[in-house]
Design a protein around this ligand. Structure first.
Ligand SMILES: [Zn+2]
Length: 160
């Protein structure tokens, strides 16, 4: 969470603030009886040197994908758990482009997409997973967002 926060904070220096993102690695467990997955996000690999970024679009390009591949090869036991990106000022949800990205690169049932709006006071965040029918949760499935700045981890960071 700290690494993601620092990466998002860095993007707030941009004028206007561009979308930014990266990859989530960690572990997962398949509960075969319940046909469900538990995923743990343990590391954030920021997407540096992306192909294109502006306030409403982020194109990772091949460089960052190769970078996360290298990371995973060097860290046996770590899996690609999903991806992270920001929506500065346009709320957390998966756009048609985002869904296309997810279907292209994150097809596994345990993989998630995290979207954070860095222009909201508490960093409103959606953590989107697959439903049992394979479709993705989206903003319609949420009554409230995860609020980054209301977590103990954030408070500890602020205090240091
Ligand atoms: Zn998006």
């Amino acid at each position: 969470m700290k690494d993601i926060f620092r990466w998002v904070e860095q993007s707030l220096q941009g004028q206007p603030v561009p979308e930014t993102g990266g990859f989530l690695t960690g572990k997962f467990l398949h509960d075969k009886q319940a046909d469900s997955f538990v995923s743990w996000v343990e590391h954030f690999v920021p997407a540096e040197g992306v192909d294109y970024q502006d306030p409403v679009l982020l194109a990772f390009g091949t460089g960052p994908l190769l970078e996360v591949d290298r990371y995973l090869q060097a860290q046996p036991g770590q899996c690609l758990i999903g991806w992270f990106h920001t929506h500065p000022g346009h709320s957390p949800y998966l756009s048609a482009t985002d869904l296309h990205t997810h279907e292209g690169f994150f097809r596994e049932a345990y993989q998630v997409a995290i979207v954070l709006d860095p222009l909201t006071p508490a960093f409103d965040t959606g953590i989107f997973s697959r439903k049992t029918d394979g479709s993705m949760n989206n903003q319609i499935d949420y009554s409230h967002w995860f609020q980054w700045k209301h977590t103990d981890i954030y408070r500890q960071m602020e205090a240091n």
